[in-house]
Design a protein around this ligand. Structure first.
Ligand code: IVH
Length: 672
């Protein structure tokens, strides 16, 4: 390749890899496989080696990887969090072993460990107490996520036994078991939230949440695999010994670690787990080999990015070829259309694969799918298999390129796609069968109104009989007793059970009603937040999207969706009907006994995390002393009670409007 071509290729690879790094580390939503990423990185490294003058110090090959998010406090690692050099080839493992033996001779052992597919974490313990949990970040500094780490049950906050150093750091991998991932992801789909692609992304997304109580609801686990302490080498001579001690101190150390006497034993371990990994309850993406003795690790030392005494062997995601039979387009309750590939059934990682996700139109275009294409299907960390590429050599002559449908496959309405969004929607909210039925099913579901006696199938039947077309119709069903009695296998007991259930749902709290309405992107948590902030539907319905976005953790996309929902005349009319039926559209405020008038006429907003009081306690204190809580920052606001980790937009707005900011101590002093 000429130098000019190499320069162009280097620039293209650099741009692409930087983008993937951002998606992986910051968004926790990678869009290519590790293998593809690593291959591109290797291509870039080799070009840079060929033309060292073209090497940019900012090249992705020069970085440990990662980026730091803004909302957490940044902490410098005492011992940098290096990455491991990795390989997909047995030959390269043997080359690694040769390099090690050149320095150490033959007298050494490898500790072979599973390579857990989660996110690495550094934990600090002082006098037996967990004092800090920091993400890897860029390897030099990471995010302080201690509050979130403390919610993980397998990470001890206090050590049980003795014998540990006064101060030490341990490294490990935070991850989510597959079963928990599947359960929680299913809930996300039901709540119309974007599902995570795999357990690792779910774990990463969870650790980056600002709200620790939300983190506590998502079961995470953590395997520890490396110890650092100033006096470590006096206490232990090997990685193996230190891991045994970690177990004694109460840490979760994986039981599948093995001490190997040479590279052949290590290779046997690797080949055993190639299959064995499918039976684990969590994902691993390879095996890590570490030279066992600390003294020998020191002898080998480090390169700029990784230790010379360790390497990781990564398993390639399993792939098989099969034929694309057709594509189905499923319409969800919000009208979102999801393409699904129907495949010639094929065995992959121990299961029969018949379908694969295609995500959206962009994915179909990226793959350049044609009818009856021979496709490569991969089952990596993802639960649902995906099509990674097409074997174009096997393309049927004159095959027709797949065109994304312009019309809804169910009702024939022209599909719409909002600017900047990847998903197509069917806008026929009132006439498209799966949307209508799905919406009512969602409303009646356990997590929303939990209506007894009204299951999904009953809803489908009631719709087909023309009895229900929208949520409000449920509350008129009691007027159609005689039609209900004519429905097959719907006895009088089932009918009265259902009608009672519907009547009782009128008592369900506002947050359940709001969630039940099925507003796009409004899951359970968001519904609760909106309810707590706006208190009643009128306040919420008249708020602008900017005001809605002021609520903690509610972004622009959600805010716009909420404000769009309420601006529709159809929705307004439906809400009037539901109100008339007597559903709950406001929160019942707790009676607060006035203790003083010290804060009378004063308005407050509480934002951030506080050291001594919860936000709820501070709210109650303000109300009990005559003050008022506001929902958004405006010139009418007297004080912003500011804690840690306040949202940057709120901070900026308060500063712009010159709103006095006070601490929790200052608030307490005002009412003393
Ligand atoms: S040892 C200096 N052991 O793989 C030693 N890492 O590519 C550094 N990982 O950042 C790490 N399982 O997130 C080690 N048993 C294991 C591991 C492991 C997973 C991850 C870790 C690290 C990355 C390195």
């Amino acid at each position: 390749m000429s130098k000019k071509d190499a320069a162009a290729r280097i620039a293209a690879l650099t741009k692409e890899l930087n983008e993937h790094n951002y998606k992986y580390y910051v968004l926790a939503q990678p869009s290519i496989s590790d293998f593809d990423f690593d291959s591109r990185l290797a291509e870039l490294a080799s070009l840079e080696q060929q033309y060292p003058e073209l090497l940019d110090p900012d090249s992705p090959t020069q970085k440990v990887g990662g980026d730091i998010t803004k909302q957490f406090i940044t902490v410098r690692h005492k011992w940098p969090m290096l990455s491991l050099s990795n390989t997909y080839s047995e030959q390269e493992l043997k080359d690694f072993d040769t390099r090690v033996r050149k320095v150490l001779g033959d007298d050494f052992q490898y500790v072979c460990e599973l390579k857990f597919d989660g996110l690495s974490m550094s934990l600090t313990y002082e006098n037996g107490l967990l004092t800090r949990g920091v993400t890897r970040g860029d390897g030099t500094q990471g995010d302080d996520v201690t509050a979130n780490i403390k919610t993980i049950k397998n990470i001890p906050s206090k050590l049980r036994s003795t014998g540990y150093p006064d101060i030490f750091e341990i490294r490990g991998e935070v991850f989510m078991h597959r079963a928990a991932f599947e359960r929680l992801n299913k809930e996300r789909v039901e709540n119309d939230e974007i599902p995570y692609a795999n357990p690792r992304n779910f774990a990463a997304g969870t650790i980056k949440l600002q709200n620790s109580s939300e983190v506590a609801k998502r079961p995470l686990d953590c395997f520890l695999y490396f110890l650092y302490a100033d006096n470590r080498d006096k206490l232990f001579k090997t990685q193996w010994e230190s891991m045994q001690a970690l177990k004694q101190w109460g840490f979760h150390v994986c039981e599948h670690t093995k001490l190997c006497n040479n590279i052949h034993e290590a290779l046997a371990f690797i080949s055993y787990w190639e299959q064995g990994r499918h039976d684990l309850s969590y994902d691993i993406d390879g095996i890590v080999l570490k030279v066992n003795s600390y003294a020998q690790q020191d002898e080998l030392g480090f390169t700029a990015k990784s230790p010379r005494w360790a390497i990781s062997y990564k398993y390639k995601a399993e792939e098989v070829e099969t034929i694309l039979k057709s594509i189905s387009y499923q319409v969800g309750r919000t009208g979102a259309v999801t393409p699904v590939a129907n495949l010639e059934p094929v065995q992959l990682s121990g299961t029969t694969v018949k379908r694969a996700t295609l995500h959206n139109a962009n994915e179909i275009a990226r793959l350049n799918l044609h009818e009856l294409d021979t496709v490569l299907v991969e089952k990596g960390g993802e639960i649902i298999p995906k099509i990674t590429s097409i074997n174009t050599a096997k393309r049927v002559p004159d095959a027709v390129k797949i065109a994304y449908p312009e019309k809804c496959p169910v009702c024939g309405t022209i599909l719409v796609r909002k600017e900047g969004e990847a998903v197509h929607y069917c806008p026929n909210e009132i006439g498209c069968h799966p949307q209508i039925v799905g919406r009512i099913q969602h409303f009646a579901s356990r997590k929303a109104m939990d209506i007894e006696g009204l299951g999904n199938e009953t809803i489908e039947v009631l719709y087909k009989k023309g009895l229900i077309k929208q949520i409000g119709d449920l509350y008129n069903l009691h007027r159609h007793q005689s039609i209900l009695e004519q429905i097959e296998r719907f006895g009088s007991k089932s009918i009265s059970n259902m009608l009672n259930g519907i009547e009782k749902s009128k008592e369900k709290p506002f947050e359940k009603v709001l969630f039940g309405l099925g507003i796009r992107y409004v899951g359970e948590t968001i519904a609760r937040k909106l309810v707590l902030n706006f208190k009643n539907i009128d306040a919420l319905a008249t708020a602008s999207s900017t005001e809605i976005a002021e609520v903690d953790e509610i972004g622009k996309r959600i805010a716009e969706s909420v404000s769009d929902y309420f601006s529709s005349a159809l929705h307004q009319q439906q809400l009037v009907e539901l109100k008339m039926q007597g559903l709950q559209f406001s929160i019942v405020e707790q009676e607060i006994q006035l203790k003083s008038y010290k804060l009378l006429e004063k308005t407050f907003i509480i934002s951030g995390v506080f050291e001594y009081h919860s936000r709820e306690e501070l709210t109650n204190l303000i109300l009990a002393n005559g003050g008022k809580i506001m929902t958004s920052i405006s010139t009418k606001l007297n004080y912003l009670v500011a804690g840690d980790k306040m949202g940057p937009s709120k901070l900026a707005k308060a500063q712009k409007l010159n709103i006095p900011m006070i601490t929790e101590d200052e608030l307490i002093k005002m009412i003393k």
